[in-house]
Design a protein around this ligand. Structure first.
Ligand SMILES: [Zn+2]
Length: 353
């Protein structure tokens, strides 16, 4: 098969469009002919590498993908498919991949919390991913799509929507009528958070620095926009924009903005975080946390159940990923550059046809 792979970490130049052996599905796995892959910033971070990251080279990027099942290797012809997500998928089905890989047998997986798995993997991070024509994965990782559902929209949804859904709805317990502040107008998790918060009946405030991205945030439902390039002290703007109440919930995946976010919260508010695009280490003033009764709630990816729940909403058209641009698979390096330079609004996908 053709794949985009790299033999060593580095810039976009290390990516090669090359031949690679088509994977063989192990017992319990399906072979998927990928039709679309979607990019995430994590792809570039993995390509660049970090201290302690050990990969089997060559590595293939990509957490997100959708395609068609071309073969299933069942452990035994009379063994039923694993209970859960993959139940009932068969050859020829169109499927979306859940990149959150739980082992299926540790205490967390058995409790349905496979995103807390003791042997947790994220597809494309430590295991070869979706920048390829084929991939073999456990059947339980596959969500059956309607035959007419767009592969690119599906691929663009899996990682960001499950992350935002689990954080806002399950961990954050978002309620109708609450005010949600989203720090950052671009980015897949942020735009998914805006849509999910609106669907849940919340009021949404978005902070951004790019006028065009703020406009787009408004077009997907954001109620109040604050331009951070004009308003450095935006926690005050949030306070004023919410009738001096502050936000019930802040979605902050920047990290270095935590102090402003803590100030923007009303008493008893929740700060939700699933990442740190501004870097992993920063200072916060603890007095805000106890004096205002604040909670800081972290999570990553989602459970199988949450994944199914939110993908059902995607398929029903109730949540819709914003699509930026599609590149041919061989141009994955150009696609990553566009993402890394923040030139996109919405998801960038690869055509793996
Ligand atoms: Zn596990």
């Amino acid at each position: 098969m053709k794949a985009v792979l790299f033999h060593q970490h580095g810039g976009p130049e290390v990516l090669e469009y090359a031949d690679f052996p088509t994977p063989e599905p192990k017992p319990g796995e399906a072979l998927v002919r990928l039709r679309a892959a979607a990019l995430n910033r994590m792809d570039v971070m993995v390509r660049n590498g970090w201290a302690g990251l050990k990969l089997e080279m060559p590595h293939i990027n990509g957490a997100d993908g959708a395609g068609e099942i071309v073969a299933i290797n069942l452990p035994h012809p009379f063994t039923p498919l694993p209970v859960g997500e993959g139940t009932g998928v068969r050859e020829g089905d169109h499927v979306l991949i859940n990149p959150n890989l739980g082992c299926g047998h540790c205490e967390y997986c058995l409790a349905g919390k496979d995103n807390m798995c003791n042997e947790w993997h994220l597809l494309g991070e430590t295991i070869r991913g979706t920048y390829a024509e084929y991939i073999a994965l456990p059947v339980k990782q596959l969500y059956k799509l309607p035959d007419d559902f767009d592969f690119h929209q599906a691929a663009a949804s899996a990682l960001v929507y499950q992350t935002a859904w689990h954080s806002l709805v399950k961990r954050g317990n978002l309620q109708k009528g609450e005010t949600v502040l989203v720090v950052g107008a671009g980015g897949g998790v942020n735009t998914a958070s805006v849509q999910i918060a609106k669907l849940m009946g919340a009021q949404v405030v978005v902070i951004g620095s790019d006028a065009k991205k703020l406009e787009m945030a408004e077009s997907i439902g954001a109620d109040i926009l604050i331009d951070r390039s004009k308003e450095e002290n935006w926690s005050k703007s949030v306070f004023l924009a919410t009738n001096k109440h502050g936000a019930d919930v802040v979605v902050d995946n920047v990290g270095t903005t935590f102090m402003q976010s803590l100030r923007a919260l009303k008493k008893g508010g929740r700060l939700l975080t699933v990442g740190n695009s501004g870097g992993p280490k920063f200072e916060i003033d603890n007095r805000y946390i106890f004096a205002k009764h604040l909670s800081i709630i972290g999570s990553t990816m989602s459970t199988m159940e949450d994944f199914r729940e939110v993908m059902d909403l995607i398929v029903a058209g109730k949540l819709k990923p914003i699509m930026d641009k599609t590149f041919p698979l061989k141009d994955a390096a150009l696609a990553q550059e566009r993402l890394w330079k923040n030139e996109n609004f919405g998801k960038i996908t690869l055509d793996t046809e």
